[in-house]
Write a protein that binds this ligand. Structure first.
Ligand SMILES: Cc1cc2nc3c(=O)[nH]c(=O)nc-3n(C[C@H](O)[C@H](O)[C@H](O)COP(=O)(O)OP(=O)(O)OC[C@H]3O[C@@H](n4cnc5c(N)ncnc54)[C@H](O)[C@@H]3O)c2cc1C
Length: 402
């Protein structure tokens, strides 16, 4: 190893993209990663098809202690620019829903794209490389940092930390980026697993713990955010896209509310049928609105075993129990016990405090030449391609100022 203009720590999406763009500007670039394989998180993303961007990506789709921080980078690198690159490599892709762009074939296409861009830019990539010590070299603007690794030492003018968050440690995620930030005196916003499933309280686990596999279309709300997507009951608690979205905005003790019949007013639906003399049991009618296993469970929870509603035709059921049932359908509320954790979570919320960084360049305000990009920064996207768009945009902002 030797001296480079730029050393990038982490060969994930942000690191490789930044490397290729810096290399194309004529800079010498070395990327270091402890993994055996490049872009492991890309490979498992989007169910193996990588949801590589979202056409609707805007600052509103990101969670951060400073919601304004991501504006500049996102504005300067649009989803269309990444799509142009995808087209350059003739990668077939499609929109699944809500602006989400997926590869038709495999996420490997995106790793190959990044690698080809790095090759074209003359970037060196060193895998299975562990860095042990990073130190500042005082007094030389061109040689500011020294990195000690198991493969020798290297120096550089600019050091870019792109080591991601804590999610999925088994494919190489570590908190090294936070440690480096702390070493140089930068503040960290506390981290937590996000875009993750919820675990249930003991009480809810007793009531709903055996419904694994049941999926329901919902509007799921937490704090001031709502998501119109599915939830899925699992052995661990709740998952599915709406749950994952809600977890990003959830803090311990917050309620999560589910409208399980988002398309219509359940009470009107029951009363119209009651007025028409419908003789079906409520439980069976309820199964037309929500999956039958959940319908049965709600009937058991709301009404005692000897309640006549269990055997009464709808036409004879008083309005009040129908009101109670409808209220439960439109605002079923839980207080999750927690989230499942980093072994399953798609991202890490929190990270390097954006107050420490320039929003134009991602450079540390305290330590010239030190940059943080991608998921290690306290900017976390919703589910749906927003996190990769942040990886590309923050990498691009950084690369153009190296
Ligand atoms: C299951 C799953 C599915 C996802 N699907 C999507 C999706 O479809 N769309 C989307 O937008 N986002 C998705 N995400 C989120 C997205 O993958 C990440 O936000 C994004 O990859 C972050 O990129 P990054 O380059 O900042 O970090 P990473 O991709 O995590 O890269 C960090 C790199 O640093 C290396 N590293 C870490 N610690 C060390 C160390 N101590 N020494 C040396 N190297 C180290 C790692 O090996 C890794 O290569 C998904 C995440 C998961 C877990």
């Amino acid at each position: 190893m030797n001296h480079y203009d730029v050393i990038i720590l982490g060969a994930g999406g942000a690191g490789m993209f930044c490397a290729s763009r810096a290399g194309k500007r004529g800079l010498s670039v070395l990327v270091l990663d402890h993994s055996k394989k490049l872009g492991q998180k890309i490979l498992i993303s989007g169910g193996g098809r990588c949801n590589f961007t979202n056409l609707g990506a805007s600052p509103n789709n990101y969670y951060s202690s400073n919601p304004h921080f991501c504006k500049s980078a996102l504005a300067r690198y649009s989803p269309w620019e990444f799509i142009e690159l995808v087209n350059k490599y003739e990668i077939a892709f499609h929109e699944k829903k809500l602006g989400q762009q997926f590869c038709d074939g495999s996420a490997q296409n995106i790793v190959d794209l990044l690698l080809a861009e790095c090759d074209e830019a003359g970037v060196e990539i060193s895998l299975e490389t562990r860095f042990s010590n990073i130190s500042l070299i005082n007094g030389d603007e061109n040689k500011r940092f020294q990195i000690e690794t198991n493969r020798g030492n290297a120096t550089c003018r600019s050091l870019v930390v792109a080591t991601g968050g804590l999610s999925i440690p088994k494919i190489g995620a570590t908190g090294i980026g936070y440690e480096i930030a702390k070493q140089f005196g930068l503040k960290i916003i506390p981290t937590r697993a996000a875009l993750d499933g919820f675990t249930l309280s003991n009480d809810d686990a007793r009531k709903f713990g055996d419904l694994a596999g049941v999926a329901v279309d919902t509007i799921t709300s937490v704090n001031d955010k709502s998501f119109r997507e599915n939830i899925l009951f699992t052995h661990a608690g709740l998952s599915g896209p709406a749950t994952l979205q809600a977890s990003l905005h959830w803090n311990d003790g917050d309620e999560v509310k589910f409208n399980l019949v988002p398309e219509q007013n359940a009470l009107d639906w029951f009363l119209t049928r009651k007025k028409a003399g419908n003789k079906t049991l409520v439980k069976n009618l309820l199964s037309e609105l929500i999956p039958s296993r959940l319908a049965e469970r709600f009937m058991e929870i709301l009404f005692a075993p000897n309640d006549p509603i269990h055997s009464m035709p709808l036409a004879q059921v008083p309005d009040q129990p129908l009101k109670d049932l409808s209220e439960m359908l439109h605002s079923w509320t839980i207080v999750p016990a927690g989230t499942v954790g980093y072994n399953k979570a798609e991202v890490t919320r929190g990270g390097v405090d954006t107050d420490e960084l320039s929003s134009k360049t991602m450079e540390s305000k305290k330590v010239p030449g030190l940059f943080f990009i991608g998921e290690v920064v306290d900017v976390t996207g919703w589910l749906g391609g927003y996190n990769f768009q942040w990886a590309w945009a923050s990498a691009s902002a950084c690369a153009s100022s190296l």
